[in-house]
Each structure stands twice: as structure tokens, then as C-alpha cells.
Design a binder for this molecule. Structure first.
Ligand code: AMP
Ligand code: MG
Length: 501
């Protein structure tokens, strides 16, 4: 793999992008070839230079009518072979049967020199009806497209595996949700959009040949290192479980809640995929549910690790015909728990500024979370402030103390935390530097997204761009943007996000 620094900087014109579609080499039962439905009078809402850079695309192209036409689905790029893929899945723990790309069109893949696999697929979301649209209109609204765009790019900047977002193209075309909204198309990029549900689809249809074809396709294109394994399907399940466990640990550490962890939204590559009613933890509540539609809290913050593992079990079930023995499936899945636990431990360790994990750390961390839950302490704000704690008491402690109702409880905790820090001969400045690299100052709070959306709905896209720029450097101080790192205003707690998108 080339490191991005050693690569020649490519500045491709749109017309120079070479697109092919390897998914289209699978048998026709895996997808339906179809063009997107044109989007009337499209305009650019926002595009990501970082995402474009991954495929070598010059950001000067963003302003060109061809760019807007191509990524609104109005112009078919040469070499692309537009298709909607079929998949199935478990939704809220219940087998839902066939789903599929109901409003997404895969164009194909293009070279991505900086990506470990060397290619990225381009997919339009909101580009019209497909045979898998069921009751839906095949469209996505501007609101949810901006949310997906901003969060994809923000997650990438946080170092969390995710699909990327190249751009959002808007239109005045009306679409009806709870209220009338306008349509948009977001272009996503990932090395593959295959989901756990893509495998479940063939398993539940009892089609072992197709199941194996898909597994071989995924191994060849996304996990070539597993091809020489004695038990490649076992190795595939173990690797996906490992990646998923690492991913969910990173979500927990970032306070990220996906909101709809159905198996059809689970990336086979362990990427954050299908942004819907997601949210970042603000006032700490482990039972927090970010998806207003999830009345039982199946996908609440504290449930995510268990659900991610449950989803791996669903994948294991689907791969059983290829793996052969149930015990071998369990064996592959057994990777999940220890991976999650060690990953989580490493991530908390770094967030608290510990260089290693010592006995008693888990209890100290748990106690802090108990105190945070009682006072609903703001999660990102607290962790960013924590790095200002020094070995000797200073007035800087007040900024943290002020967040807690149980002051004596917090004081007791802080003094234990200080004692713990001394065990490592920890230098205040170095510790702060290390902590500020893992505790972001800027996260995509719902209310920040909402302000950008409200403006965009009035054709002012400046705040989307502004947020994108800020969130691309989440760990940097950016003093000129300090208000974006402040505690949220009171009205923010009233925002509700549902599955409607
Ligand atoms: P999601 O919960 O967004 O992952 O969507 C679940 C399924 O519903 C997927 O198969 C989507 O493609 C499909 N879907 C969601 N919204 C729409 C829509 N507006 N039109 C067509 N299909 C949709
Ligand atoms: Mg989905």
C-alpha cells in the first residue's frame, strides 16, 4: 500500500475518472441494472474536498455542470454500470425478508490510490425508485442527505471507519415526509457496500451457490489475504466480527449512536454505514435512544455492543452452510468479545490520559460514568476539558466541577483520578497533548446539524460548508470556532430524529 504522502497528487477532471463495475460481473440475480431517475434542476449543496481527493478528483470540478449532472443521476458517467443491489435483513431483531437498494444506485468503482484496497465504489443515494423500493418513493430529503454527508466526513476525521460522502446535490423537487421537504442526492463512497443482509438474503432463500459466489466475491475483492486460508469462510466471519467489534468500540468511545443497527445496515467491511437517525451523546445517559422511532431502546447507546454482536451472529447463521459446522461458526464469532473488550479498554485508557491500564482503572472509569449519568454531563465537553486537569489542583478544575450536581462525589473522584495519574509519573503537558488527540473538541451535535439544515432549506449552504470545515479538524483548537465546541443551547434537547429520511 502506498502512503498518501508518497503518492503523486492527482487532479483528475471528471471526464478522466475511470469507472468500472465489478459488482455487475455477479449473476443478474444479485442486482437490477437501471439508470437513476433524473433530478429536476439540480444544484450543488456541498462537496467534500477530502473525499474527492481519495479518488484523485480535482475540487475545481465541483462547480462544473457535469459534476452536478453526474452526481444528481442526470448524466451517466462513461464506464459506469448503474445498478441496484438486492439484500435482505433483520430489522429491529425481526426477519424482514427482502429489502435492497430502494433508493440507491451503484455506479461502479474507481481508482483510489490512498485507499488500502486501491478502489472506491461510488453510489448515489436518493436517486429514484428501484425494484426494491417497496412503498418508498426512492428519494432522500435534503435534511437527511446533509446529515449523512456531514457525519460521514466527520467520522472519517475522527478516525472511525465509515463510508465517505463526496457531495450533496439538491433540487426544489418536493417530497412528502411528515411534512413537505425537498429532494437531494448524496454520493457515497466505500470500498464495498455489501452488507450482512446481502448474505442473509441467499441463506434465507436456501441458495447456497449464490451464497458462496458472494462470499468468494467479497473475499477476492475486499479480503484477498484470506484467500489462502485453510478455512476461508471461517476466516471471513472471524475478520468481519473483529472489525465490527473494533468499530462499535470506537462508536462507544466517541459517544456515537447509529440509531438503526439492522443487519441490512451492517457493512461487511466494518464501516459505519447508512446514516439515519444517528446522534452523538451529549448529556450522558447510557440508556439514551437517538432514534425517536426505537421505542424499546434496542439501539440505545449501551445496547450497541450487544446488538453489533447479535448482528455478527446473524451473519454467522447465514454463513453456516459455507462454514459447515455450528461449532466452527461459534469459534469464529468468539473473536468479537475479547476484541471489543480490549479495544474498549485501550480507547478509554487514552481518553482518560492513562499510558497503560492499571488495576482499579475500570472501577475508576465506571464511577465517573455513574456520576456523569446522574448529572447528565455533556460527554464530548467533559472529555475535552479533562485534559486540563493537572497533577496539582488549579482553578481549571472548576470548569469540570460545574458540570456535576453531586459536587462532593465529583471532588472525591477527581482526587482519586489525580492520584491515579501520579502512578505513571505523568507529565501534565504531554498528557494534555495526547488526550487532545483522542478527545475531539468538535463533534456533530444535532443542533449544529439542524442550524445548517435550516439554512440550507432556505438555499443558504454556507453553514454546511462551514461545519464540514470545522469537523474535518475535530481535534484542533480552532479558537475562532470555539462557540461550536460550547455546551448546547436549551432548545437543542428538544430535537427529535426519526427514521423518516
Ligand atoms: P434504512 O432504514 O434507511 O436503512 O432503509 C431500509 C430499507 O428501506 C432499505 O432497503 C432502503 O433502501 C429502503 N428505503 C428507505 N427509504 C426509502 C425511500 N424513500 N424509497 C425507497 N426505499 C427506501
Ligand atoms: Mg439501510
Amino acid at each position: 500500500m502506498n502512503s498518501p504522502e508518497t503518492l503523486p497528487t492527482q487532479r483528475l477532471r471528471l471526464a478522466d475518472l475511470r469507472i468500472t463495475n465489478r459488482f455487475a460481473t455477479l449473476p443478474g440475480d444479485f442486482y437490477t441494472s437501471l439508470a437513476s431517475t433524473p433530478l429536476p434542476s439540480p444544484y450543488l449543496v456541498c462537496a467534500s474536498e477530502g473525499a474527492a481527493g481519495l479518488i484523485g478528483l480535482d475540487s475545481e470540478e465541483f462547480a462544473h455542470p457535469e459534476f452536478i449532472a453526474a452526481f444528481s443521476g442526470n448524466l451517466t458517467l462513461p464506464g459506469s454500470c448503474p445498478l441496484a443491489a438486492v439484500y435482505s435483513g433483520h430489522q429491529f431483531g425481526v426477519w424482514a425478508g427482502q429489502l435492497g437498494d430502494g433508493r440507491a444506485i451503484l455506479l461502479g468503482e474507481t481508482a483510489a490510490p490512498a485507499d488500502p484496497m486501491g478502489t472506491l465504489e461510488l453510489q448515489l443515494k436518493g436517486s429514484g425508485k428501484t425494484p426494491y423500493s417497496r412503498m418508498g418513493d426512492g428519494r432522500a430529503v435534503l435534511r437527511s442527505s446533509i446529515r449523512e454527508f456531514l457525519c460521514s466526513e466527520a467520522m472519517a476525521a475522527l478516525g472511525i471507519p465509515t463510508s465517505r460522502a463526496l457531495c450533496v446535490i439538491g433540487s426544489d423537487m418536493r417530497v412528502l415526509r411528515e411534512m413537505p421537504e425537498t429532494a437531494a442526492v448524496v454520493t457515497r463512497m466505500a470500498q464495498s457496500f455489501v452488507r450482512f443482509g446481502s448474505f442473509e438474503h441467499w441463506f434465507y432463500k436456501d441458495r447456497k451457490t449464490e451464497l458462496q459466489l458472494l462470499a468468494d466475491y467479497v473475499i477476492a475483492n475486499s479480503f484477498p489475504e484470506l484467500q489462502d486460508e485453510a478455512r476461508p469462510y471461517h476466516a471471513l466471519l472471524a475478520e468481519v466480527s473483529r472489525r465490527t467489534a473494533n468499530l462499535v468500540a470506537q462508536w462507544q468511545a466517541a459517544g456515537f449512536m447509529h440509531g438503526v443497527l439492522n443487519t441490512d445496515n451492517m457493512s461487511i467491511l466494518g464501516l459505519t454505514l447508512d446514516y439515519g437517525p444517528y446522534g452523538f451523546m451529549e448529556g450522558y445517559d447510557p440508556a439514551h435512544i437517538c432514534n425517536h422511532t426505537d421505542s424499546h431502546g434496542r439501539y440505545s447507546y449501551r445496547m450497541q455492543p450487544r446488538i453489533a454482536e447479535w448482528n455478527c451472529y446473524a451473519l454467522g447463521q447465514a454463513l453456516l452452510p459455507l462454514i459447515g459446522e455450528t461449532d466452527d461458526v461459534y469459534d469464529a464469532l468468539s473473536v468479537f468479545k475479547p476484541t471489543f473488550e480490549s479495544s474498549m479498554q485501550r480507547l478509554w485508557q487514552a481518553k482518560f490520559g492513562f499510558s497503560s491500564t492499571l488495576e482499579g482503572d475500570a472501577k475508576l472509569i465506571d464511577r465517573l460514568f455513574e456520576l456523569m449519568a446522574v448529572s447528565r454531563v455533556d460527554f464530548p465537553y467533559f472529555f475535552r476539558q479533562l485534559s486540563s486537569v493537572t497533577l496539582s489542583q488549579t482553578h481549571k478544575d472548576d470548569a469540570l466541577r460545574d458540570l456535576f450536581i453531586d459536587l462532593s462525589g465529583f471532588d472525591a473522584w477527581l482526587s482519586e483520578y489525580r492520584q491515579r495519574l501520579t502512578l505513571e509519573n505523568s507529565d501534565d503537558t504531554l498528557r494534555k497533548q495526547a488526550m487532545d488527540k483522542v478527545n475531539p473538541k468538535y463533534v456533530l451535535r444535532n443542533y449544529l446539524a439542524q442550524i445548517a439544515i435550516d439554512k440550507a432549506q432556505n438555499k443558504d449552504f454556507s453553514e454546511v460548508k462551514n461545519l464540514l470545515n470545522i469537523l474535518q479538524r475535530p481535534f484542533d483548537e480552532q479558537p475562532e470556532h470555539a462557540q461550536y465546541a460550547a455546551l448546547p443551547p436549551d432548545w437543542a434537547s428538544g430535537i427529535e430524529v426519526s427514521c423518516s429520511s
